[in-house]
Design a protein around this ligand. Structure first.
Ligand SMILES: NC(=O)c1ccc[n+]([C@@H]2O[C@H](COP(=O)([O-])OP(=O)(O)OC[C@H]3O[C@@H](n4cnc5c(N)ncnc54)[C@H](OP(=O)(O)O)[C@@H]3O)[C@@H](O)[C@H]2O)c1
Length: 338
């Protein structure tokens, strides 16, 4: 099967950083599906795993943590899928990724693809949607039934992959959404997704928020740099409010700044459930099914921003370079094997 892989961890400008290769097609056992991959998206996690270092892999390593495709074959323990089903999923960071014509993935973290989306539009969604859903509904405990209706959330990094779906989920829950966006095109993008207010993070955030009438907010979802926003978040969170972070800190964080407010800080890592095979791991497959139904009911929309074709090393290197720039709006998807 065709695949794109690495053995060395090199700058993305190096043609050897990701290369085309033929690999043996795997076969499914137990609860695994064998999926024929039709489209993949690129996330910052791909570039973080690929970040330059001295390690050399003894065998080619395949990245890719978002896919849409068709079930080709199933293991003997599979209950939810059959060959021919159309699926979308983020997969498991401890296993070979989706940048290959065929991939094995545990059925519990796979969803049935939305019927009304193209394969590229579907591939844009899984990793960021699982992250945003778990961040808002599981970690921050925001009610999907509307009991937090009218409360406020500050979403930092609104135009990125995670922010683009989080804005929509927060609006579905009835929240007032204030989000960051620094450029005219990202500001237009977040407003089109339903944000109520936009703040430019390159200006003084606390003054910008006050100018909009928000001296404090009930929730903060930080989808950007945890260290850089720690002070601003501790100022803006209301007493007894809750903050979620998804990007690991580089320096120690001073938790004391949240003490007088009895504010909560919680992490979200979307690979936790597959990495530790948690008892509730099937919740990710279920939430992807639920999101597919919300998409088909026109209550959510895809976050696809740009498509490249085909899926090969040259296009994946271009996509990695763009994601590394930190300027992607929505999601960048590669479709077809050429
Ligand atoms: N823990 C997890 O499970 C998990 C899951 C997914 C992602 N992540 C991490 O979360 C982060 C975001 O992921 P993503 O996929 O949303 O990234 P992304 O799509 O690459 O985000 C790009 C967006 O970030 C915005 N941005 C750039 N600099 C910013 C700043 N200083 N402050 C606020 N916004 C800024 C840009 O918009 P403007 O400059 O136009 O405003 C741009 O549109 C990454 O570090 C990623 O590794 C973690």
């Amino acid at each position: 099967m065709k695949a794109v892989a690495l053995t060395q961890y090199l700058p993305i400008s190096d043609p050897e950083s990701l290369f085309d290769i033929d690999l043996p097609q795997p076969s499914p056992r137990g609860r695994d599906l064998l999926v024929r991959v039709e489209a993949v998206s690129v996330n910052p996690v791909d570039t973080k795993v690929r970040a330059p270092k001295a390690t050399v892999e003894p065998t080619p390593k395949v990245l890719g943590y978002d896919a849409a495709g068709i079930v080709e074959a199933v293991g003997d323990g599979v209950m939810r899928f059959k060959p021919g089903d159309t699926v979308y999923y983020a997969g498991d960071i401890t296993r070979p990724g989706s940048n290959a014509e065929f991939q094995l993935v545990d059925e519990r973290i796979v969803g049935h693809r939305p019927r009304t989306l193209s394969v590229a539009e579907a591939a844009a969604l899984p990793l960021t949607t699982i992250t945003a859903w778990e961040a808002l509904f599981t970690r921050l405990g925001i009610s999907r039934g509307g009991s937090h209706r009218g409360q406020s959330i500050l979403i930092i990094g609104g135009a990125g992959g995670v922010g683009s779906i989080a804005i929509q989920l927060a609006k579905l829950a009835g929240l007032v959404v204030i989000t960051t966006a620094s450029r005219p095109q990202s500001q237009a993008w977040v407003m089109a997704l339903g944000a109520d207010h936009v703040v430019d993070y390159s200006e003084a955030m606390i003054e910008e928020m006050a100018r909009l009438g928000f001296r404090e907010v009930d929730f903060i979802a930080n989808f950007n740099n945890t260290d850089a926003y720690w002070g601003v978040m501790s100022e803006l969170i209301r007493p007894q409010g809750s903050i979620v972070g998804i990007a690991g800190n580089r320096d120690p964080l001073d938790l004391n700044v949240l003490k007088n407010k009895s504010a909560t800080f919680v992490w979200e890592f979307m690979f936790t459930r597959s990495m530790y095979q948690t008892a509730d791991m099937a919740d990710q497959g279920n939430l992807l099914d639920e999101v597919a139904a919300l998409i088909d009911a026109k209550k959510l929309r895809t976050t696809l921003g740009q498509t490249l074709s085909p899926i090969n090393a040259a296009n994946l290197r271009q996509a990695h370079a763009q994601v590394e720039s930190g300027r992607t709006i929505g999601k960048l998807v590669l479709v077809g094997w050429g």
